[in-house]
Design a protein around this ligand. Sequence first.
Ligand code: TIU
Length: 226
Amino acid sequence: MHQQTLAAEPHPITFDPAATALIVIDMQRDFLEPGGFGETLGNDVSLLQAAVEPCSIALAAARRTGMLVIHTREGHRPDLSDAPPAKVARGAPSKRIGDLGPMGRILVRGEPGHDIIDALAPAPGEIVLDKPGKGAFHQTDLAQILANRGIDTLIVCGVTTEVCVHTTVREGNDRGYRCVVLGDACASYFPHFHRVGLEMIKAQGGIFGWVSDANAFAAALSKAVA
Ligand code: TIU
């Protein structure tokens, strides 16, 4: 056990890098680039760019120490058999899940829009976890992967703060994981949801977990030996 200390709110947290996973949530073209799912919902996707460089800093730090890295992607089977009708039908999007857009079919696995953005492409050997829901534990083998590696702490970043990041942290917290959100490495289409979403994580003594940032994470890991 080589415990490191990470500056975080509501208070610093010590963690063993060997028992910690970095989970990068849904940094996909469908959410970050024009023509994808995020834009069909009426959002300004440029707001999510702020998270890219901090995610890159967090990834580089994790890779240097050999930490378990997991990238998630939200999306559905091409026949949409795993897409709840209530999800497909909801709202008044310009295109629905499964419709053809400029990056292929919206939120469908195997389509260009479903890919992780080039700037954060998974490195060989890193786990890419496809999930049909907002939370990374729902209908995936994430819990088994984490158990097999003896993981007790999750460092979470990605998009969007109040949707897939929050849902994953809530799921992880209920399953007994210590969850740390890297606030600057998350982003939302709604800046106030981002801000309040982070506050909700760390309020009440850390009711869902901790909030830190990418540089603090990198600094904590700089003391860890690969
Ligand atoms: N990944 C994720 O957050 N999925 C969403 O649908 N987010 C929205 O903010 N719409």
